[in-house]
Design a protein around this ligand. Structure first.
Ligand code: C2E
Ligand code: MG
Ligand code: MG
Ligand code: MG
Length: 289
């Protein structure tokens, strides 16, 4: 988990500050204040039907509106939060904001499921399933409107514990996605323990789908696997129309990325949905055919 953050993510987020610097600035109860003062905010990135260009759901992405250091991305603070005593408060604040946003969109007639990222460490907390279900109930949100995105970074010994918690949530109707699919060590053992509904293809493969036959092969086999297990597939980091076409040709029918929209506030996303594309509210791109 650590190694992955340190390697792959640093390369992706070139603008991020050195993690060591950020760790230092967080000493002295900064996280406690951040939670208490509602400094953690959530942006939302639409997930789109690649064929029709219509928005089918949205992913919640946490940011820290820091009073001195400005807008911090997860790369800059997530590890510190995960190691702190504030993880459950942070996770609950994100879930609360995500469900509130979905409620507002639903009232405006855009009934979109919302996807929330979950830290592996949260899953090891025995109170996790009950906390999530209590949040859903407080918002009056049907459980199937929530997708939990899990990183494929759990160890085999953790899978047993985590599998039980996730089965409880699945039985209640919550949906589960495997994030960054293709980057983990043992996706098949994860799939045998965790009842997932969706696979999210890592942007590393999506970014080279047109130029790398290996990337295309990974995507094609992920789509095949998903078909035989009755799962849906979402491509992350779709940045161009040629990538959109290539994904579609490989059988991948959903995606998110800068081609369609960057993460934005829930209010802005609502405006974007209402405006739509080509006179079609709820769409962000022209249909493919
Ligand atoms: P992720 O879940 O894989 O989210 C996708 C990341 O790709 C987001 O980065 C998003 O802004 C970025 N992205 C979206 N489209 C494009 C594109 O077209 N090109 C490129 N280059 N990037 C794109 P972000 O928001 O910085 O989040 C990074 C990671 O932090 C997330 O990766 C997720 O693992 C984690 N994260 C974010 N919010 C939360 C949270 O509330 N809780 C937990 N536990 N983790 C979170
Ligand atoms: Mg995610
Ligand atoms: Mg991902
Ligand atoms: Mg990713």
């Amino acid at each position: 988990y650590q190694a992955k953050r340190g390697g792959q993510r640093t390369a992706t987020y070139a603008h991020a500050q050195d993690t060591a610097d950020v760790d230092r600035l967080m000493l002295g109860g900064e996280l406690h204040r951040a939670v208490a003062e509602h400094e953690f905010v959530v942006d939302f990135q639409p997930i789109v039907d690649l064929g029709s260009g219509e928005v089918i759901s949205a992913e919640a992405l946490a940011r820290w509106q820091h009073p001195e250091h400005g807008y911090l991305t997860p790369m800059q603070f997530l590890e510190t939060v995960e190691r702190s005593g504030q993880l459950s408060a942070f996770a609950d604040a994100v879930l609360d904001q995500a469900l509130s946003a979905a409620e507002i969109w639903r009232e405006a007639s855009f009934d979109l499921p919302v996807a929330v990222n979950v830290s592996p460490r949260s899953l090891l907390d025995p109170r996790f399933p009950a906390t999530v279900l209590a949040r859903l109930e407080r918002h009056g949100t049907p459980a199937d409107r929530l997708v939990l995105e899990l990183a494929e970074t759990l160890t085999i010994s953790q899978l047993d514990v985590v599998g039980r918690a996730l089965n409880e949530l699945r039985e209640a109707g919550v949906r589960l996605a495997l994030d960054d699919f293709g980057t983990g060590v043992s996706p098949l053992s994860v799939l045998s323990h965790i009842p997932v509904n969706q696979l999210k293809i890592d942007q590393g493969f999506v970014g080279t789908v047109e130029t790398s036959s290996e990337a295309a092969a990974v995507i094609r086999s992920t789509v095949d696997l998903a078909r035989s297990l009755h799962l849906t597939v979402i491509a992350e980091g779709v940045e161009s129309e040629p990538q959109r076409h290539a994904l579609w040709e490989l059988g991948c029918v959903a995606g998110q990325g800068h081609l369609f929209a960057r993460p934005m506030s829930s209010a802005r996303l609502l405006g974007t949905l209402q405006r739509g594309s080509g006179g079609r509210p709820g769409a962000l791109a022209a249909p493919l055919h």
